[in-house]
Design a protein around this ligand. Structure first.
Ligand code: MG
Length: 268
């Protein structure tokens, strides 16, 4: 065997081992899921390239304070009165000194939104526990349907479309701009709700731009549909507005300084 061939054989053996490893560890990816609409990857494909790591500039603070026309959802010294559990019962997550900690069950805003600018700050635990999807997993859902993943993606391999700031199960972030575990991190999200025709056909999909710690990780990307584990849901014409969710995935994650601005057109 010449050098090139032996390298190729070794690489193939490594790739094979990685595939077997992935199949044995569902957290690292799936190969029995449907293909993405672009036909290139399975949903949660373990072979999809890992986003390039970029160290964000600046530091974890100070926070970006809410502008005067924002609706503050978690504010300095505030409470969770803007939120309930998804069944409408009062929010049960703990909040102290303006920092909310994930509890049992998903939080939803009482208000519903369409097109928004959303600022969220979160921190995963500094004491690292678990791996892959089991480390600092939570999520920010637009309209209760489109998840921007929250995860500790600092030196934590998982399937690319499940990384921190991924549009879960659809698009990995353009780069991995995660800070170290325990550090405060920010998402700045600009979201345009889907539009439907009078007869209920999809006219324009939901579109999102996301900055993670000031770094663009999605640039006007259209969701294929509502995000789900192991699948992509179809658009439904009833999806014209909805609440913001904060996900409980059984991992401790903290949130602070969450605010939203509703976006309207020009000259309104
Ligand atoms: Mg999640």
């Amino acid at each position: 065997m010449n050098k090139t061939v032996s390298f190729a054989v070794a690489a193939a053996a490594l790739a094979g081992a990685a595939a077997v490893f992935a199949q044995q560890n569902p957290n690292f990816g799936y190969t029995d899921t449907p293909m993405q609409p672009n036909g290139k990857w399975h949903i949660h494909d373990p072979a999809r390239p890992q986003p390039t790591v970029v160290t964000p500039g600046g530091s974890e603070g100070p926070t970006t304070p809410a502008p005067s026309d924002a609706t503050v959802l978690i504010g300095p010294g505030g409470d969770l009165s803007a939120w309930s559990m998804t069944d409408g019962k009062p929010a049960t997550w703990e909040i102290k000194d303006g920092v909310a900690s994930t509890g049992r069950g998903v939080l939803r805003t009482k208000a519903e939104f369409r097109d928004v600018q959303l600022h969220v700050e979160f921190a995963t635990p500094s004491a690292v526990q678990g791996e892959s999807q089991g480390r600092g997993n939570s999520g920010v859902y637009l309209m209760g349907a489109f998840e921007v993943q929250v995860l500790d993606s600092f030196e934590n391999r998982t399937y690319a479309d499940g990384s921190a700031s991924a549009l879960y199960g659809q698009f990995p972030p353009l780069v991995n701009a995660s800070r170290r575990p325990g550090a405060w991190q920010a998402y700045d999200i600009v979201f345009t709700a889907p539009r439907f025709t009078a007869t209920g056909e999809l006219e324009k999909p939901a579109v999102v731009t996301v900055l993670h710690n000031g770094v663009v990780v999605h640039n006007a990307t259209a969701f294929y549909g509502p995000t789900q584990h192991r699948r992509i849901d179809p658009y439904k014409a009833t999806l014209t507005k909805g609440p913001i969710f904060l996900q409980d995935h059984g991992n401790p994650v903290r949130y602070r300084n969450v605010w939203v601005r509703e976006l309207k057109g020009y000259d309104q």
